[in-house]
Design a protein around this ligand. Structure first.
Ligand code: HSE
Length: 412
């Protein structure tokens, strides 16, 4: 029997308990031993739980119990998850987590502590929920030089955008619905402002580059400014708007990394990933595009990945899994101004003809978009590719109209 503990009994933690209980036989057959939940840490009371006698409010009950070999940290947030994880790893226990905020902020340090103490720190559930992505990237795709990883990494925003695109629903109503369905973070700002997706693309970039990429300073835009008119103009361009986390590994060693809404052509695999689903495209030099698709949020999908990591730790109690990246100070991150892209621009104006002429003069070749019932006071164009710095310089020179939207065109 291998004894484990779970820290946190929220959406993911209760899912982990549920899978470990209901899939006992299946898991036994995977490792030839029973996985026994010895302790569950939570400050709340769960008197009706069938595991009520195993709950504790004391972290030390887990830390000092030498029989507990593997701990799932599914509390979320940085504190006290960071301190607890560091202490557990130092005591030689392996830790698995779905906590993307912690991995994105302290991953390099916690991986180093795990290595020093011959323990494992695994976090498959931190990106893409139930979608296997970190292990495939680290193992199955290891022969490739990866050029780019791009994905729809946040279920809440993808759900909201899908409702806006398919049902013409307003942003606020779609967000409310996502919260009711339990996809959203405790604070939905982390979802709608892109921070959750940023943490996830940073984890993917760290894994692919072997150096920690910290979210601080990474260009991060959310979807709060996307309007139904943007959705319509995108549709007229045979495209949909998706919130994309993207990292390109440039030949000069720099990482062109950002999170932003993007206009994605309907032919792209990522354009067809809807509702709360996530999709991640890995572009390798041997494989070409490989796409991973599935549920990126929710109790059981996320818990499925946490339990798989528990099982992996149980299989490797005496050996280390090779999952590691070095620390860095983001020195390899390309300044956002140097990122190259075409953009969709929407303007308001009192003189459409003169405004379009001005935008043409500044940007050169542009494609003008049109939608049915277009307002006399609005127009939208798509520019050719140039750096963000050049785009901003040109936009600063626009005098005859007011910029309403500025969205990157994806090449995915
Ligand atoms: N709030 C996140 C999402 C949960 O919507 O994708 C999973 O990380």
């Amino acid at each position: 029997m291998i004894q484990v503990a779970i820290m946190g009994h929220g959406v993911v933690g209760s899912g982990v308990c549920s899978i470990l209980t209901t899939h006992k036989k299946k898991l036994y057959s995977a490792i030839g031993e029973e996985v026994y939940i010895k302790r569950i840490l939570d400050l709340r009371e769960f008197p009706d739980s069938p595991l009520a006698d195993r709950f504790t409010k004391e972290f030390n009950d887990i830390l000092t119990d030498v029989e507990i070999r593997v701990v799932a940290e599914v509390m979320g947030g940085i504190h006290p998850a960071y301190e607890f994880t560091a202490q557990l790893l130092k005591s030689g226990k392996s830790v698995v987590t779905s906590n993307k905020e912690l991995v994105a902020t302290h991953g390099a340090e916690l991986l180093a502590i795990a290595k020093e103490n011959n323990a494992n720190y695994l976090f498959e559930a931190s990106v893409g929920g139930g979608i296997p992505i970190l292990r495939p990237m680290n193992q199955c795709l290891v022969a490739n030089n990866v050029h780019e990883v791009a994905g729809i990494l946040n279920g809440t925003t993808n759900f909201i955008l899908t409702k806006m695109i398919d049902d013409g629903m307003e942003f606020d109503d779609a967000l409310k619905l996502a919260q009711e369905l339990g996809f959203a973070e405790r604070n939905p700002a982390a979802d709608v402002e892109g921070h959750d997706a940023c943490r996830k693309i940073c984890i993917l970039a760290s894994l692919a580059s072997g150096k920690h990429v910290y979210p601080k300073g990474i260009h991060t835009e959310g979807i709060t400014n996307i309007s139904l008119n943007d959705v319509k103009y995108a549709s007229s361009f045979n495209s949909v708007i998706k919130l994309i986390g993207d990292v390109k590994f440039l030949e000069n060693g720099k990482l062109d990394i950002f999170v932003a809404p993007m206009i994605v052509n309907r032919h792209s695999q990522l354009a067809n990933i809807d509702n709360e689903f996530n999709g991640i495209m890995v572009r390798g030099d041997c494989t070409d595009d490989v796409v991973f698709y599935g549920k990126g949020a929710g109790s059981l999908p996320t818990a499925s990945a946490v339990v798989a990591d528990i099982i992996d730790c149980c299989k490797h109690l005496k050996a280390r899994k090779y999952l590691f990246w070095a620390d860095s100070n983001n020195e390899n991150v390309l300044p956002y101004n140097e990122s190259v892209t075409a953009v969709y621009l929407r303007f308001s104006t009192n003189d459409k003809e003169a405004s379009i002429a001005e935008v043409k003069d500044l940007f050169g070749d542009i494609v003008q978009l049109s939608i049915t019932n277009e307002s006399e006071n609005e127009f939208a164009v798509v520019t050719k590719a140039m750096t963000i710095g050049e785009i901003n310089d040109k936009l600063n020179q626009v005098k005859k109209s007011k910029l309403l939207s500025n969205i990157r065109i994806a090449d995915l």
